[in-house]
Write a protein that binds this ligand. Sequence first.
Ligand code: ZN
Length: 176
Amino acid sequence: MAKLNILEFPDPRLTTVATDVENFDADLKTLVEDMTETMYAANGIGLAATQVNIHKRLLVLDVSENQDQPRVYINPQIMSQSGEQSCEEGCLSVPGIYASVERAENITVTACDVDGKTFEEELEGLHAVCVQHEMDHLIGRLFVDYLSPLKRNIVRKKLQKQRKIAAKEAAEHLVI
Ligand code: ZN
């Protein structure tokens, strides 16, 4: 397994619209394993292929308490949705930024597993939020896109500042 590089906002590649997975082969299995490892290493609960610069419709997540129930959704589709919930969201591609986003409370999703077998699930709560957040990545949308342009600009500036500080610290220290 290998850890993958996660793209960060405002990288334009994050706005790419992904296409369906067509080959359920060994390469796909490796990608799912690598994405799962990358998600755990970054302490995330979800990761879309778009975030690792692979523009195919798949996402991994683990919303279990012990982070021991990894799941994969390939070519996911929301068949129905109802209710509303709003949750303070963060994103591995927008590090250190959290904002409240309104999403459906319940969703019915169909997807394929890694062998290409279709399944359907009814999800609610955090699991439903996570699938909706990751599916947004697959159409090139980030949670900060739900914010007002003014707030989004503040996020952009904050991230620039964080990167500058990190670069300065790296230059001042011996990083081995
Ligand atoms: Zn995200």
